[in-house]
Write a protein that binds this ligand. Sequence first.
Ligand SMILES: Cc1cc2nc3c(=O)[nH]c(=O)nc-3n(C[C@H](O)[C@H](O)[C@H](O)COP(=O)(O)O)c2cc1C
Length: 277
Amino acid sequence: MHLVAVVASFRRKGNSELLAKLALQEALKNGASGEVVYLKDFSISECTGCMKCVFKGVKCPLEDDVYRFFAKVKSADGLFLTAPTYVLSPPGLLKMVVDRYLLMREYFEEIYSRPAVSIGTGGLPNWGQFQLPMMNIFLLSMGFRIVDSFIAYGAGPGESLLNNKTISRLKSSLRNILKFQNKSFQSQISKHCPVCFSTLFERIEGKRYRCPICLIEAEEREDGFYFSEDNLNNHRWTKEKVKDHFENWILKTEVIFRKKLREIHKRKTELDAHRVV
Ligand SMILES: Cc1cc2nc3c(=O)[nH]c(=O)nc-3n(C[C@H](O)[C@H](O)[C@H](O)COP(=O)(O)O)c2cc1C
């Protein structure tokens, strides 16, 4: 087992870095190999939406380190992702990687169903509602199966190491990675989405809710949400659904767009006539 611990914090010796190092240390003790990878050491450019990677099937023309970073992720049999909470969600650098989603197709099938854990670091409870969903969108879009996900509290650098609950959860989540067996989801009642661990739900109607990250429907019960096995195993990020989304939506957008080109051109000309800069 090769564990890659990705740190998405710019702060040196901060909580994200220290927890990643602790996870790696534990992994090494258990006979695994691994490394800590610092996202800040990679130059990542903004996706410009040129779509060359999709419609021309070529490498991304941006000259940055995104492929070098993906190669690190791909080398992981198991992945640990740590990131600080900045205003309820992870730092923008992680989102910039997620925005290169279209390139991830190349890695998705190979990575599919490898185990991953995400730990968001944060100052205080109730100030990180988007943290785990955003971190886990990165993991799911790369193909990982999330085996645990939680927030480690501590504002100052290193403070999270003093929290015994954090340390024991980190160790148990690492064991989940090391002993991971790829099994399908079982029906269950849970307060979070069992696929992405999000506690954010959209209400459909009555007692029917939906996880907006995984598009899984759930029914409200007294002690949480009931998720059926069928719904859980057909979430948005399965191999089949991702393939379908690519082939039956993304690839087809070019044809749809071309059919509308004449009308778009007409409207653009009208806009130009108004000299809006
Ligand atoms: C710009 C900024 C915004 C922050 N916003 C939040 C927040 O919304 N919620 C929270 O719980 N902590 C917030 N924090 C605290 C950090 O998440 C916390 O200090 C964390 O441990 C930092 O992780 P690091 O040491 O790995 O960088 C913020 C810190 C900074 C610098």
